[in-house]
Design a binder for this molecule. Structure first.
Ligand SMILES: [Ca+2]
Ligand SMILES: [Ca+2]
Length: 253
């Protein structure tokens, strides 16, 4: 990862324990690539219906996220919230609810991070539990005005892995992972959170079961919509920092 990517993540992390940063999304033009919609009614959703609101008019959304171990959420290019437990916390498992104002088309961009003590990709370094940690996350976004889930993580989300480690997993037992483990990283593409960013070349997500992810501590407190799946990169363990994008073109009718 380049210095720019590091500084952006550092800045996001420096925002500390604020549970939700509420920001007005900015109106933006629809993008032609990477577009998808995932609309479904939650089991307890209230009926939809005419709201008198049209695309481009700000409305309230509620995002529910469970991440192993950390995330930040951007909509229409703006940071609207992040995991309240810093990524520097080992064993950080918690669900978050973030309320924000935004407009359709709604571009959702997220960064997710698996905990690692160092760029080696390992955790619990120097203890008997020294190991390669694994990731995974799930998210759904409600349009509060209609009571419907308008976005949920699934196999068509696009995710770019920007940090992968260790490339030589046998280093997990090394006495000095900092020198024994190899990693690779790429810089965050400029403007990757923006509505108009072209993510068509990014790989699509891999879906995992709760058992594969070891979902726990907060995961069961959210009533996940049937359309929401746990996702990550192709490797739950070695993919450590992933940028995600999804777009909801218009409110479901
Ligand atoms: Ca983890
Ligand atoms: Ca990992």
């Amino acid at each position: 990862m380049g210095a720019g990517g590091r500084s952006r993540i550092a800045r996001a992390m420096a925002l500390g324990a604020a549970a939700a940063l509420v920001a007005w999304g900015c109106a933006s033009a629809p993008i032609a690539t990477g577009v998808g919609t995932s609309a479904s009614s939650g089991a307890d959703a209230t009926p939809g219906g005419a709201t008198g609101l049209s695309p481009g008019v700000g409305r309230t959304f509620r995002a529910e996220v469970w991440a192993d171990n950390w995330f930040a959420l951007y909509t229409n290019g703006r940071l609207v919230g992040q995991d309240s437990v810093p990524i520097t916390t080992e064993r950080s498992f918690n669900a978050e609810t973030i309320t924000f104002e935004a407009t359709y088309p709604l571009t959702i961009a997220m960064v997710t991070r698996d905990y690692m003590a160092t760029d080696s990709g390992l955790e619990y370094i120097g203890t008997s539990r020294q190991q390669i940690g694994d990731g995974g996350f799930i998210a759904q976004v409600w349009d509060v005005s209609t009571g419907r889930v308008v976005a949920a993580t699934g196999p068509r989300w696009r995710g770019l892995v920007i940090q992968r480690a260790p490339l030589n997993p046998a280093c997990a037992t090394a006495a000095n992972p900092a020198t024994a483990c190899r990693s690779e990283s790429v810089a965050e593409p400029a403007g990757w959170q923006a509505a108009g960013f072209d993510d068509s070349a990014w790989p699509t997500a891999t879906v995992y079961t709760a058992a594969q992810v070891g979902a726990k501590e907060g995961y069961d407190t959210i009533r996940w919509d049937a359309s929401a799946s746990l996702i990550w990169g192709t490797d739950l363990k070695l993919d450590n920092i992933i940028l995600w994008r999804w777009m909801v073109a218009a409110p479901p009718s």
